[in-house]
Ligand binder design. Structure first.
Ligand code: PHE
Length: 446
């Protein structure tokens, strides 16, 4: 039976917005702000920018090159250029997709609930207690399942109708909301301390390898790299796309949202005297402190808070769609599954995988460490080696549709040497964390 022609994005904006939608999500707000708080503020931000430029951008371009060239989901794409042994890397991507989406959906579920609670009842001054009530247990499970139903429903709609349409409307809305919140935060008395924290790096932290490792992991997580999400989206592109330009737009937009989110979070935290709470419960920091701030702000806080959480839900949804698209398109390409059947089956699997994360915050944290600090970096390392050393002529592939660009040789050298060196070191220094997270997961499982 002849296969249907591969779907394509209907417009350039469709691809860019969907890719930006994938990049911009809970990573920019929940993960970026807790890691910034945990790692001393400005130093982390600086290293995160450095890692994005040195490691993130080259790997992003590599994913787009492989995806567009092979026009297949990750497993097939790697096998096509590298032979069947490279399928293993594709399986790692899919495994990372399952793992991340499982807990990502739990956190997204919290945001849905906060948005609704804000709308129906207003925010609670005792935000820590409220977080404790909703973070785990039957309620967390309910919202996690609801979020997975939404995600699977949108992915079932197909590339063009579901994802493209959702992103076209929702991404500009998200950015407008966060900018508005940042302007509001600037009017708060006491906000200066937040800006100082956010902009004045301490040299001690700049030289800390752990901060570097967290920055590298965050660069990958935030740009949706190292598990084939960008690769998969690029597989729906035509050959005349200017990939370097698209990479710059995606990375620029992703950074802009994280940066502006920081301009919301830190001034508010300091203005309301909540800085001490940040970092105490890493996973819950954003969800404990911001609702508290919203509650203290009175009536205006309720409105601001509702907008904030609605924007978080939007960002989480477009990111979750891209995570899910990786596993769904892999099953479609590998086993000739139809989109609807693959979505139903895999949505159920991910929903079940998320149950432990919805029941225990330590498990959720361990899953995030394992995925963000390890699997994505291993995936990015593998991809850099693949494109740098194994692929026949990645430069020609990248140059298609991008005449006038002269630095593809540099790009290839970065993939060959700099990216593997940096990621290798980072993974080495993260090894104890990895073992700790594995032990936590095993402990929860047994
Ligand atoms: N980049 C997304 C975010 O910041 C998360 C994500 C990671 C999405 C990996 C796809 C792949 O929320």
């Amino acid at each position: 039976m002849a296969r249907a022609a591969r779907e394509q994005w209907s417009t350039r904006a469709g691809f860019v917005l969907a890719a930006v939608g994938s990049a911009v999500g809970l990573g920019n707000m929940w993960r970026f702000s807790y890691l910034t708080a945990e790692n001393g503020g400005a130093a982390f931000v600086l290293l995160y920018v450095a890692m994005t430029l040195l490691v993130g951008l080259p790997v992003l371009l590599a994913e787009l090159v492989v995806g567009r060239g092979a026009r297949q989901s990750p497993i097939g794409a790697l096998a096509r250029y590298g032979g069947s042994r490279w399928r293993a890397l594709g399986f790692l991507f899919v495994a990372a997709g399952f793992l991340i989406l499982a807990y990502y959906s739990v956190i997204a579920g919290w945001t849905v609930r906060y948005a609704l609670v804000g709308l129906l009842m207003g925010f609670d001054g005792d935000a820590g207690e409220r977080f404790g009530q909703l973070a785990t247990g039957p309620r967390a499970l309910f919202w996690h399942l609801l979020f997975m139903v939404l995600t699977a429903g949108l992915v079932m709609g197909g590339v063009r109708r579901g994802i493209e349409r959702a992103s076209l409307v929702l991404m500009p809305l998200l950015f407008a909301i966060v900018v508005g919140l940042a302007v509001y935060a600037a009017t708060l008395p006491g906000a200066e301390a937040g800006y100082r924290y956010y902009f004045q790096p301490s040299f001690e932290e700049l030289l800390d390898v752990r901060v570097l490792r967290d920055a590298a992991g965050q660069a990958f997580f935030s740009l949706s790299l190292g598990m084939g999400a960008m690769l998969t989206y690029a597989s729906y592109l035509s050959r005349d796309t200017h990939l370097p330009a698209e990479s710059a737009v995606i990375a620029g937009a992703d950074f802009a949202v994280a940066f502006v989110a920081g301009l919301v979070v830190f001034p508010m935290l300091f203005a309301f005297g909540l800085e001490g709470e940040v970092g105490e419960s890493t996973v819950g920091a954003l969800f404990i402190t911001l609702p508290h701030a919203f509650a203290e702000m009175g009536g205006a806080g309720r409105v601001v808070g509702i907008f904030f959480f609605v924007s978080l839900v939007v960002g989480a949804l477009t990111s979750a769609i891209s995570l899910f698209e990786v596993v769904v398109s892999s099953l479609m390409d590998a086993a000739d599954f139809e989109r609807a059947h693959a979505s139903l089956l895999l949505g159920t699997v991910v929903a079940l995988l998320g149950v432990p994360a919805a029941s225990d915050l330590d498990v959720l944290g361990a899953m995030d460490t394992l995925a963000g600090n390890v699997l994505l970096l291993v995936g990015g390392l593998g991809l850099a080696l693949f494109v740098g050393w194994r692929m026949d002529d990645p430069v020609a592939e990248a140059a298609a549709g991008a005449s006038g660009i002269r630095w593809f040789g540099l790009w290839r050298r970065l993939l060959r040497y700099a990216v593997p060196a940096v990621l290798g070191l980072v993974l080495w220094f993260a090894r104890e964390d990895t073992l700790g997270a594995l032990a936590a997961l095993a402990g929860a499982g047994g």
